[in-house]
Design a protein around this ligand. Structure first.
Ligand code: HEC
Length: 222
């Protein structure tokens, strides 16, 4: 054990340097990030990104547990690093500050389906989202996205008539005479979450393009 102390020091140094590189340095860079204040025309200050409220927050948990993250990313690359902005997935690139409220952050690694960073702005219609989740073949024929019928309840139409939130299903997807399909609370929460996904606010490190087509370039401050 002549080299015992040296070995010990070597191991300590290896562990310490990886801790500095993987824990301390990122914490120093990102740990203090806060939502950015923005003042509107009448002087009211709001903070962006906004914290997710109530049902939208509960919906994030369904998004995680149903595995949506395996097929959908939530990260828009800067112009010049792929066609994300051209595809309409966001008006600007994503930056770390966009995720300050997310626990866990669901960036996603694979894009079997479109990026959902800004889906709340792109598609805010409840009916569309419900129908798509119930069966993607209705809204997007040929889609490889799985259906989530268990997020809905098929029930007999009550004496008051068809419920206001019943899905408008026709043809082969119609539930049958006297029946209706309505979203469960889980479906509602998931759709509130999807509607809350918006990146259309200005940040100092990732400003929105000034005019349509004037995309943010990769030279913007990190
Ligand atoms: C097997 C991969 C896969 C899984 C899992 C998956 N999706 Fe999708 N998703 C897709 C594909 C492919 C599309 C594009 C075709 C379509 O609209 O169905 C899509 C489209 C979408 C869209 C519309 C996007 C747009 O830009 O119009 C939304 C919203 C969406 N998915 C939400 C979800 C949610 C919520 C879950 C989890 C409950 C989920 N997806 C699970 C593959 C998937």
């Amino acid at each position: 054990m002549k080299y015992g102390p040296l070995l010990f020091l070597g191991i300590l140094l290896t562990l310490a340097s990886s801790w500095v590189g993987l824990v301390l340095a990122p914490y120093k860079q990102l740990g203090g990030l806060l939502p950015n204040p923005a003042t509107n025309a009448v002087g009211v200050v709001s903070y962006f990104p906004e914290a997710r409220k109530g049902e939208a927050q509960q919906g994030a948990e369904h998004y995680r547990s149903l595995g949506c993250v395996y097929c959908h990313s939530q990260q828009v690359r800067p112009a010049g690093f792929g066609g994300d902005i051209d595809r309409g997935w966001g008006r600007r690139r994503s930056v770390s500050r966009d995720y300050v409220h997310d626990r866990p952050v669901m960036l996603g690694t694979s894009r079997t389906g479109p990026d959902l960073t800004n889906i709340g702005e792109r598609q805010s219609d409840y009916g569309w989202h419900y129908t798509h989740l119930y069966n993607p073949q209705i809204t997007s024929k040929g889609s490889v996205m799985p259906p989530y019928p268990f997020l809905f309840e098929k029930r007999r139409i009550g004496p008051g008539g068809v419920s206001t939130n019943a899905l408008k299903l026709v043809g082969e997807f119609a539930p049958g005479d006297g029946w209706e399909v309505v979203p469960t609370p889980a479906a509602r929460q998931l759709v509130e979450y999807l509607r809350s996904l918006k990146s259309s606010y200005d940040l100092p490190e990732a400003p929105l393009p000034k005019a349509a087509g004037d995309a943010v370039t990769a030279t913007a401050v990190q």
